[in-house]
Design a protein around this ligand. Structure first.
Ligand SMILES: Cc1cc2nc3c(=O)[nH]c(=O)nc-3n(C[C@H](O)[C@H](O)[C@H](O)COP(=O)(O)OP(=O)(O)OC[C@H]3O[C@@H](n4cnc5c(N)ncnc54)[C@H](O)[C@@H]3O)c2cc1C
Length: 425
């Protein structure tokens, strides 16, 4: 901010998690905040939606224990993370009961014990995986910036690669391992798997996404005197010597917290080079499908699924076990570009086949397709050497969002951190 000590008029454009973080922070510092959101509700990509009479999330989200700033923001606006998130140690268990499960406790010993206890992985491979992880640690979790995850993990035992590295990569970076940035994955592994105790824990929402942040943030902002304008798309941003104007209204500072394409449009005149960079992103889709299976019985709320050219989904979630609609399951296809190309009908058929193969009707009863949702621009494609735009574009204008320069892939934590940083600038 240009002069954080004094109360200033601050406009935040975009009410996703980055914009909400920025608005709450600016308000906490005593600024007069106006938040503009073009949708009729807050939350952006991490919001609740109603489909075919069901309240669902825009897409299934997973948080992890390392989401320090997101959890702190939730607490600040009055949400108790323990009440809305189901916490469990990192578990990548498949329907046949195989897979990795980390025990609780300090990160390094927990990882070693988890790998040594991975029963269906041959002993040679368990040691191979531990040696590889030790090497990454000795190298300070750094690698050449041009390296892909597939190249980084070339010496990984093939089963550990398929059942741990590939799913972790696509879950965290939403980009297939052959295309994904090894450096970004190493940063995530450093902070999660080898971070503070509990950093690798999975935090699965057991309330609609709206209840995790957007609803409480709206109430908090209004109670603290902020103006929140919903269904209000900002069309123009201009800067004069005295002010930055949002559709003609004057402010001291503006934080543009829209997705990159819209930020590029809004800032094209003010910062043409910045806008060209932001407009050049490529994206990866995520498909979420919801199914109903009244007789299905899962041993855990989240299941890893074996994905390949015939099986789209990498993860499944038992929403009934997570406080959601009874007998309802979500299947998630991350890094879904190939399935979007294959088309809706082919993907639906492949998902139904995958379910029936993983959860045979003999044990789990019949399954019924409910609905699906494809977010074509779910996140930017997290590729090696990706140039991400900096947060500061002008003395009076900063940018926030999961796409802004930073060490993390497109995640809630990346969005929240960038929102907080946009106010500190
Ligand atoms: C299906 C799916 C699954 C995901 N899974 C996970 C996960 O498991 N874990 C995880 O951490 N992350 C996940 N993500 C990523 C996460 O949702 C995003 O990183 C995060 O929500 C981005 O927040 P943001 O505020 O940067 O952007 P957005 O959420 O896109 O917010 C931008 C806001 O700006 C508004 N806007 C745009 N233009 C204007 C304008 N001109 N005027 C006013 N308002 C405007 C938009 O309506 C929107 O509300 C997932 C994303 C998707 C889509």
């Amino acid at each position: 901010m240009t002069a954080p000590a004094a109360s200033r008029r601050v406009a935040v454009v975009g009410g996703g998690w980055a914009g909400l973080a920025a608005a709450v922070r600016a308000c906490s510092l005593g600024h007069q905040v106006s938040l503009f959101e073009m949708a009729p509700q807050l939350g952006g990509r991490a919001r609740s939606v109603t489909r075919d009479g069901l309240t669902l999330d825009n897409g299934q989200h997973i948080l992890i224990g390392a989401y320090r700033d997101t959890l702190a923001l939730m607490r600040q606006v009055g949400v108790d993370p323990a009440a809305v998130l189901h916490r469990q140690p990192l578990t990548l268990r498949y329907p046949d009961g195989s897979g990795l499960r980390l025990p609780p406790g300090p990160a390094l010993p927990a990882f070693a014990r988890g790998v040594l206890g991975w029963r269906d992985l041959p002993w040679r491979d368990r040691f191979g995986l531990l040696i590889l992880a030790a090497r990454w640690r000795l190298q300070g979790f750094r690698c050449p910036p041009s390296m892909t995850v597939a190249e980084l993990a070339r010496q990984c035992p093939p089963q550990a690669y398929r059942e741990l590295i590939e799913p972790l990569c696509v879950a965290a970076l939403n980009t297939p391992a052959e295309q994904a940035s090894a450096q970004v994955l190493l940063t995530v592994l450093r902070d999660a798997l080898f971070g503070a105790p509990g950093a690798a824990d999975l935090l699965l929402p057991r309330a609609p996404l709206d209840a995790l942040l957007p609803t409480a943030a709206l109430e908090w902002l209004q109670a603290h005197g902020a103006r929140v304008a919903l269904s209000r798309r900002v069309m123009s941003i201009a800067v004069t010597d005295e002010a930055v104007t949002i559709d003609g209204e004057a402010f001291d500072h503006a934080i543009v917290a829209t997705p990159p394409g819209e930020a590029a449009r809004l800032l094209a005149k003010l910062a043409p080079e910045w806008s060209r960079g932001a407009a050049a992103f490529s994206y990866q889709p995520i498909i979420t499908a919801w199914l109903r299976a009244p007789q299905a019985r899962w041993s855990q709320p989240m299941m890893a699924l074996r994905a390949d050219g015939l099986r789209p989904a990498q993860f499944g979630f038992d929403l009934g076990a997570l406080g959601g609609p009874e007998h309802t399951y979500a299947m998630v296809v991350s890094g879904a570009a190939a399935w979007v190309d294959a088309g809706t009908e082919a993907t639906r058929a492949a998902l139904m086949n995958q379910w029936e193969e993983a959860f045979p009707a003999v044990e789990h009863g019949a399954v019924e397709w409910l609905t699906s949702r494809t977010e074509k621009r779910a996140t930017f494609a997290c590729k090696p050497l990706l140039q991400r735009a900096p947060a500061r574009v002008h003395r009076r204008v900063t940018v926030a969002g999961d796409h802004v320069q930073g060490p993390y892939p497109a995640t809630l934590e990346g969005a929240v951190r960038s929102g907080l940083a946009a106010v500190q600038e």
